[in-house]
Write a protein that binds this ligand. Structure first.
Ligand code: ADP
Ligand code: ASP
Ligand code: MG
Length: 463
């Protein structure tokens, strides 16, 4: 499904289109939304806007989507969400404020009924219905903020086009359906109006609400850019582009002007939170350049991500992914036997678990899994472990972080092992993966060492 060619829509034949995505902090409050609205107004190529939920709202919804939340807590959270949204609408004209507030109250009533049911009888399906409310609020409000500064704009319900399977919490988009529906229902409207739609959410074949995973709005925007045949994708966030490492870890991190699709995709995959891991897949398929910049300081420029760039340094960046789980499976049956690994992977595939890193020895295999908190599904359940235990000895370790050094030609550059590991020779390295990719070298360290490792490596490799 994902590999098929996407037919280009009609839109880009006549005009140059940019799909612009604004993250949670960019639509956190009225001032932030206003800045984003000015960005949209400043360039008539900005036709489709994809928004995240206002900062903090999805975290509240994650709590509401969990089991057995008390009625008291439900009420408190819903009040807090109302306050976040009403603090924005109060800056609009009295008429717009009152009609938006009425719509928001209606949605909050729906949210309360879902939440009440969820606390009595939990289901992942209902969890997704709950998680999707944040983007429903912010997209309605942002369309009105655009109108308030004179941009002809309207709300568009992304569920008409973002068709997915029913893997709640991590739904897979059917890009053929997305493409066809976009051509029919979305593209024709863009010549008349700027449309504002929701990131992160979709709809399955049963008409139920689905979500694409935390941080999924970047991916939604990229998929929509692909389906529209857009010329550019702009990801507006709270930092002035992609940095050599997370600027929250070290002040020495610096913004990268240009980076190739391949390198940026490795960064996203290995935890650079700035982009959802799948964001660059649609962009690469259609060769759509991606810009990453700060909606607070748009004048400062940002990072251009494109197919090829002028410089290809050995070291480009360091990414960090926390909350990794390491599973070691051990069995003498592996020795000289065939089919053992197929059985292990068969169990993992059955439970739709994706493995990140793998290393092997004679009779054991170590595998890592991403285990993000806030995930609606517990990834490595005891059922999976029990099934694996039928085959072999299993040990599970938590509290690890994956450090990825990203660059070019890392598989054939001399001395990189020494530069990297000499720098952090005071640290216990739990697992190393090198050689499968020219673009990365990864290893696991204890969670409490992670920031120190990134800081030290960054000052050795980049300063
Ligand atoms: P948004 O809500 O706009 O989607 P996110 O919080 O998801 O924003 O992503 C932006 C954050 O990503 C930044 O504030 C920064 O802390 C973090 N980040 C992690 N790695 C990097 C990196 N290499 N470059 C820039 N930011 C990074
Ligand atoms: N609102 C969702 C989240 O917080 C999606 C996103 O922001 O990209 O994960
Ligand atoms: Mg994000």
């Amino acid at each position: 499904m994902l590999e098929k060619e996407i037919p280009q829509s009609q839109t880009s034949q006549n005009a140059s289109y940019t799909v612009s995505k604004f993250g949670g902090t960019s639509v956190a409050d009225y001032q932030a939304m206003l800045r984003c609205a000015q960005i949209i107004k400043s360039n008539s190529n900005n036709r489709l806007v994809v928004v995240s939920a206002s900062a903090g709202v999805t975290n509240y919804l994650v709590r509401l989507s969990q089991e057995a939340v008390t009625l008291e807590e439900q009420t408190e959270i819903i009040t807090n969400i109302r306050t976040i949204q009403f603090n924005i609408t109060q800056h609009l004209s009295a008429e717009v404020e009152s009609s938006l507030n009425a719509e928001i109250n209606g949605l909050l009533d729906e949210l309360s009924s879902h939440t009440l049911r969820q606390s009595q009888q939990y289901s992942v399906k209902q969890g997704d219905a709950i998680l999707a409310f944040g983007e429903q609020f912010s997209s309605r409000i942002f369309a009105q903020v655009l109108i308030s500064i004179g941009v002809n704009s309207a709300y568009f319900n992304v569920q008409q086009v973002m068709k997915t399977n029913s893997l709640y919490g991590k739904a897979v988009v059917d890009i053929e359906q997305l493409s066809a529906a976009t051509r029919k229902l979305l593209a024709p409207k863009l010549s008349q109006q700027v449309l504002v739609t929701q990131g992160f959410i979709g709809q399955d074949g049963l008409g139920e609400t689905t979500t694409l995973g935390r941080g999924g709005s970047d991916y939604s925007a990229a998929l929509l850019a692909e389906a529209l045949g857009a010329d550019n994708l702009a990801i507006w966030t709270d930092v002035v582009g992609i940095f050599t490492t997370d600027p929250r870890i070290t002040e020495q991190a610096r913004a990268i002007k240009e980076i190739s699709f391949g390198e940026a995709a490795e960064m996203a995959t290995f935890g650079a939170k700035i982009l959802h891991p799948a964001t660059l897949i649609p962009a690469m398929r259609q060769n759509i350049p991606v810009f990453v910049g700060s909606s607070k300081e748009p004048e400062k420029g940002g990072t251009q991500i494109k197919q090829s760039v002028d410089s290809n340094p050995t070291y480009r960046s360091i990414a960090l992914r926390r909350e990794q789980t390491l599973v070691t499976v051990k069995s003498p049956a592996m020795l000289h036997a065939s089919g053992f690994l197929a059985q292990v992977f068969g169990i993992l595939a059955k439970h739709e678990l994706s493995v990140d890193l793998i290393t092997t020895s004679e009779i054991s295999v170590a595998l890592t899994f991403d285990n993000p908190s806030g995930s609606t599904q517990s990834l490595l359940t005891s059922t999976v472990v029990k099934e694996l235990e039928q085959l072999c000895e299993v040990s599970v370790e938590h509290g690890l972080s994956l450090v990825a050094v990203i660059g070019n030609g890392l598989d054939c550059a001399k001395g990189i092992g020494q530069s990297i590991f000499q720098t952090i020779n005071d640290i216990n390295i739990r697992l190393i993966c090198h050689g499968a990719s020219a673009n990365n070298l990864c290893f696991l360290v204890d969670e409490q060492d992670a920031n120190h490792v990134v800081e030290k490596l960054h000052s050795e490799l980049f300063v």
